[in-house]
Design a protein around this ligand. Structure first.
Ligand code: GLP
Length: 261
């Protein structure tokens, strides 16, 4: 795993945006996996800027979401889709119909996981997947204890995650749906390049466990250690508990010119 330590969340967003830009420019049919939450926002702001100022185009891109809430009305079973539209896709030239997410409608739960897996494989899999990390070490909505081989399915959120995400539902944890449909850890590991972005001191502990701890279902993000191409982009506070940060900085500073993240 490559670990990139940046001076600010903005700089972390730029490093990730560089990789996305390289994919969008270099592929005729790029497939991008996107995450919700606060951590990826600097990436999305930078992509919008590059679209507006430099013409970076999403015209042939397909986007897949990591996860979606389950619910019975607008704003609940489509909260993550609405988030990505608001924070990114409404501001770039992604074609209508090119944004896909798991189906969180209660009536479709029996088939939602298998349907999404089929959609992903029909698209040829994800080229580059953006990931955040939950304070309990989750990726997507794979809470601790999730099978490291899991596929897209229904999950129940922990109280910790519902508290963390209350800010996206008007501040009340009771208003956060209890259930979600999420790509499994095995599904996430199928993407060809994974970029984990984490910023702020509150992420230092899950980041250290994910990057330097043992691989365990109790820290779902530690499964990234099993993937051949992962870039973890963390700002200094989020990197503060990493034991090998000197090495990570050294390796990044002396990266061969021809080698990109
Ligand atoms: C949610 C999302 C995750 C995200 C996590 C962290 O639970 N399902 O994909 O990584 O929140 O969010 P934040 O970046 O806001 O801390």
């Amino acid at each position: 795993m490559e670990v990139v330590i940046t001076a600010s969340p903005h700089a972390a967003g730029q490093v990730a945006a560089d990789a996305i830009q390289r994919l969008l420019v270099g592929s005729t049919t790029p497939v991008l996996g996107l995450a919700t939450g606060s951590s990826p926002l600097p990436i999305y702001r930078e992509l919008i800027r590059r679209h507006q100022e430099r013409g970076l185009s999403f015209a042939t891109t397909t986007v897949f979401l990591l996860d979606e809430y389950v619910g019975s009305g607008p704003g609940r079973f489509d909260a993550n889709r609405a988030f990505i539209q608001r924070e990114l896709t409404a501001h770039v030239d992604l074609p209508r119909g090119a944004l896909h997410g798991p189906d969180g409608a209660i009536s479709n739960l029996d088939t939602a996981g298998a349907t999404y897996e089929l959609l992903l494989s029909d698209a040829g899999g994800i080229d580059l997947q953006i990931l955040g990390i939950g304070s309990d070490g989750h990726i997507g909505f794979n809470e601790p204890g999730s099978s490291l081989a899991s596929r897209t399915r229904l999950k129940t959120l922990t109280t910790e995650t519902r508290n963390d995400n209350a800010r996206f539902f008007g501040g009340q944890a009771e208003d956060v749906p209890r259930h979600v449909v999420t790509q499994g850890i095995g599904t996430v590991l199928d993407a060809r390049h994974l970029i984990l972005i984490a910023t702020g001191e509150h992420k230092a502990e899950p980041v250290a466990k994910a990057i330097e701890g043992p691989v365990t279902a109790m820290v779902p993000a530690s499964a990234l250690q099993l993937h051949p191409h992962v870039t973890a982009i963390v700002d200094e506070p989020a990197a503060s508990l990493l034991r090998r940060s000197t090495y990570y900085r050294d390796a990044f500073d002396h990266k061969p010119e021809w080698q990109h993240i």
